[in-house]
Design a protein around this ligand. Structure first.
Ligand code: UGA
Length: 429
């Protein structure tokens, strides 16, 4: 997110220096290479490195003194208790503080609990009592994989500032985008980010609960979701794709952090807890489907297509696909996995629990069941007839409702989606 912000701000004409403590990452970025899969980022990096507007360093002391704005975009992962872990943010703020010179606006891009940005002021002053700075919250709404497009065409830009002048100066950074800008106080801007991610996560758990009921009553959740999205009060881009749950580096930790924050204030946040509970249960549906089809799991082999938390990325953080692999391995089921974007970063835990295949057909050959666990678009193009003919049994569990059910049935599969229960037939050898 920091790399995207740096590259895109440079593309808007600003002079930007990106700082990271990871030297290998900085070396890649200096060459215009992205350390992760992100559409169009490499082009924007190269264009701005070439134009001399963008540079990278591992030293805050090199970048901060001359800067008018310092944007902090470090991760705020969930701690063991579920609260936001602010240790990287505090370390970055201290690092920045010691190099502040002149008038600077410190902009918090990281997702932080309301109150956090304001609490950085005394921390900065403790390190550098003479520093002249304002703090502004400017949360991002970038989706992994689409970050450049989301940066360049945001639905709105949120700026939180207790000093209106500092807020307006940060708004000026985005003038070139010509998009709506909402300026609020610090705590409100921080809350908008949590509310946004929690709302989106809640829609997913909502549609997953509807899907689970659809399965009981023989209704099709895909059609239900399509109809809901046609209601303008809900909207056509609503997060209403049912599946094995949401994952990634944002929704799970942000819903949890907001619930913990609420509980810390004496409010039990029952709805946020329910959003998480539904999400924890979704991967277990895969196991339940297998139990319905196979009386015992001895000698059972399944292929899992997809490891990442969503399509088009290879990010395994809180991935529901990974949760499925773990559940299957715990049951002693033989698991083969394939992910089209898998790289050398496949964790040892996965390699220990499953065989990693280099193509989907190899993964499925000789298996009793095929599971789609990630919505990688290329899975829509699979030759289902070829896959079915190489398998030992006919069960296809579409954990992302990605495939055309009629095509799957025509290929000879017993198709089970999430909330599309009526479109199945008994599992055959
Ligand atoms: C999310 C938000 O969408 C961004 O606006 C936000 O800036 C970002 O978190 C963040 O806080 O940094 P991201 O984590 O990249 O972005 O992922 P999404 O594309 O929103 O998907 C999240 C998860 O929800 C995925 O596991 C996806 O499979 C799942 N999902 C999404 C569904 O199960 N159903 C849907 O209808 C939509």
């Amino acid at each position: 997110m920091g790399a995207v912000t740096a590259a895109c701000l440079a593309d808007l004409g600003h002079t930007v220096c990106g700082v990271d403590i990871n030297a290998a990452r900085i070396a890649k970025l200096r060459r215009g290479q992205t350390p992760f899969h992100e559409s169009n980022l490499s082009e924007v990096l190269k264009r701005n490195l070439g134009a001399g507007r963008l540079s990278f360093t591992t030293s805050a002391a090199e970048a901060v003194p001359s800067a008018d704005f310092v944007l902090i975009a470090v991760d705020t992962p969930a701690s063991d208790s579920g609260q936001a872990d602010l240790s990287s943010l505090h370390a970055a703020a201290r690092d920045v503080a010691s190099s502040l010179e002149g008038e600077t606006v410190v902009v918090i891009r990281s997702t932080v609990p309301p109150g956090t940005s304001a609490s950085l002021a005394p921390l900065i002053r403790a390190v550098n009592p003479g520093a002249r700075f304002d703090i502004v919250a400017n949360p991002e709404f970038l989706r992994e994989g689409f970050s450049v497009a989301d940066f360049m065409r945001p639905d709105r830009i949120i700026i939180g500032a207790d000093d209106r002048g500092a807020g307006r100066r940060v708004a000026g950074l985005y003038r070139g985008l010509r998009r709506p800008i909402l300026i609020s106080d610090l705590a409100t801007a921080e809350m908008i980010k949590y509310a946004s991610n929690s709302y989106l996560a809640a829609s997913i758990s909502f549609i997953n609960e509807i899907a689970n009921i659809c399965d009981q009553v023989g209704a099709d959740v895909s059609q239900v979701a399509r109809a809901l999205a046609m209601d303008k009060r809900i909207g056509r881009r609503a997060y209403l794709s049912a599946g094995i749950g949401f994952g990634g580096g944002c929704f799970p930790k942000d819903v949890s952090a907001l619930a913990c924050l609420a509980e810390g204030h004496g409010y039990p946040a029952p709805m946020l807890r329910a959003v998480m509970r539904v999400n924890e249960l979704q991967p277990e549906l895969v196991l339940a489907r297998l139990k319905e089809a196979f009386a015992d799991f001895s000698g059972l082999r399944v292929a899992v297509l997809g490891l990442s938390f969503k399509g088009g990325t290879f990010d395994l953080r809180s991935s529901p696909a990974l949760a499925v692999v773990r559940l299957l391995a715990q049951e002693g089921i033989g698991v083969r996995v394939f992910d089209p974007l898998a790289d050398e970063s496949v964790p040892a835990e996965v390699a220990g629990a499953a065989d990693i295949s280099s193509d989907p057909y190899q993964a499925a050959a000789g298996c009793h069941a095929l599971i789609i666990a990630t919505e990688h678009p290329e899975f829509r193009e699979l030759d289902l007839v070829r896959i079915r003919s190489s398998m030992k049994s006919s069960l296809l569990i579409d954990g992302r409702n990605l495939l055309d059910t009629a095509a799957a049935l025509r290929a000879g599969f017993s198709y089970r989606g999430i909330g599309r229960g009526h479109q199945t037939k008994p599992v055959s050898p």
